[in-house]
Design a protein around this ligand. Structure first.
Ligand code: PLP
Length: 417
């Protein structure tokens, strides 16, 4: 029975103003104005909890990992392997052996291309991606095609920036060996329908890699429930440090793959005649790893779970809806990417104004948005644009930030139009 003093009222609304206090960088003044940071899709800011965890590791626990019997080496190893276990819990992987630390999403995808794809694929095999991918999920496959003779297929998107699922399904066939798609588009904010896509790929015997760089900060990830074979993401988009990221892979697949880089830590024994490789996950982590990065990433995960991943996601959805409605009212603004299901990204153009000029004026007002092709040139080509401006939202953004964006757009109109 429930205790009498337990309230059944709805949980308190997400307090982004309080959250801002955890991010000292948000107090920065830019051009004499308070910073309005709307560029978390490029890199999120770090909370004090992450900064302190990194400092604590560097101050008290740093030494090289895995190969020392002395106390500091053991402390460093415990911190690094503890971080791996933290990641495992955060994404609900079955085993810490399925968590490979990498530099980021880009490195994770290259690892799969080279360690899974290169020894296996040959002429006639196909890799299927979508038309809204980041360059990190295009170029490694093009390189693999050059190396092996396999072919890259691209499933189209519609004018709203949604994957055309019917067309995707038509492109799946007996020669499809791998489907590699984004969970969330960084240029458009589109959330892809992963469930049907993964099921269809598996029904055709293809493996699935998900580029989760833009998804993990905005939704609870459960890799077991999702059912993808590989999942990649970057620490710096998840309020953690740069230079650290994660490749999740199903253990039996990773076990069957050869290492992709050779060196220290990824071996068990070395002789000039024969070298034997280490077990998972170290087989894929040649050289001294980024220990403080891993510690910072684990701290970011603690921090996010403390705030509540679902509460953050709901807050960001409210901001996205508010910003979308506000910008839709402006006659000279066109929103690029109007998918029914979006996360935290709002791309747009202003009539007659180059996005770079727009970005410069917004910066003068203290508003940080990203302008450019967002490493998704084929998306820009599809929409016939050289670039867009992109506002993206994180746990520390507020309705005030949306109002500042709208006000700065007004200023840009005065100056540029
Ligand atoms: N994939 C997507 C969807 C991204 O948004 C990004 C970064 O913007 C990447 C991959 C590459 O991430 P990183 O540069 O951290 O490797």
């Amino acid at each position: 029975m429930m205790a009498a003093n337990v309230s059944l009222a709805a949980p308190p609304p997400f307090d982004a103003e309080r959250v801002r206090g955890d991010f000292p960088i948000l107090d920065t003044m830019v051009n004499g104005r308070p910073l309005v940071y709307l560029d978390s899709a490029a890199s999120a800011q770090r909370p004090l909890a992450v900064l302190r965890a990194v400092e604590d590791y560097e101050t008290h626990s740093h030494a090289n990992v895995h190969r020392g019997v002395h106390a500091l080496s053991q402390a460093a190893t415990a911190a690094y392997e503890g971080a791996r276990e933290r990641v495992r819990r955060f994404i609900n992987a079955r085993s810490a052996r399925e968590i490979i630390f990498v530099r980021g999403t880009t490195e994770a995808i290259n690892l799969i291309a080279q360690a899974w794809g290169r020894p296996r694929l040959r002429a006639g095999d196909q890799i299927l991606i979508s038309a809204l991918e980041h360059h990190a999920n295009i170029v490694p496959w093009q390189m693999l095609c050059e190396q092996t003779g396999c072919t890259l297929k691209v499933a189209p998107i519609n004018r709203r920036g949604e994957l055309q699922l019917e067309e995707f399904l038509k492109l799946l066939g007996p020669h499809t060996r791998l489907v590699a798609v984004a969970h969330v588009s960084n240029a458009l904010g589109t959330v892809l329908p992963l469930k049907p896509l993964i099921e269809a790929a598996h029904a055709h015997g293809a493996l699935v890699l998900i580029d989760g760089a833009q998804a993990v900060p905005h939704a609870r990830l459960d890799v077991r429930a999702l059912g993808a074979d590989f999942y990649a993401f970057s620490g710096h988009k998840l309020y953690g440090p740069t230079g650290i990221g994660v490749l999740y892979g199903r253990e039996e697949l990773l076990t069957a793959m050869p290492p992709w880089q050779g060196g220290g830590d990824m071996i068990l024994t070395v002789s000039f005649e024969k070298t034997t490789y280490n077990e998972l996950p170290w087989k894929f982590e040649a050289g001294t790893p980024n220990m403080s990065g891993a510690v910072g990433l684990a701290a970011a995960m603690d921090y996010l779970e403390g705030l509540g991943v679902e509460a953050i996601a709901a807050h960001e959805q409210r901001l996205l809806q508010l910003a979308t409605a506000e910008l839709a009212r402006l006659p000279d603004i066109e929103i690029i990417g109007t998918a029914a299901h979006k996360a935290s990204v709002l791309s747009f153009t202003m009539k007659g104004v180059h996005p770079h000029d727009l970005g410069t004026i917004l910066d003068a007002e203290g508003v940080a948005v990203r302008t450019g092709h967002h490493c998704a040139m084929p998306v820009m080509t599809f929409f016939g644009l050289p670039a867009t401006a992109r506002a993206s939202f994180g746990c520390y953004n507020t309705e005030r930030d949306v109002a500042s964006l709208v006000q700065a757009l007004g200023k840009a109109r005065e100056v540029l139009a």
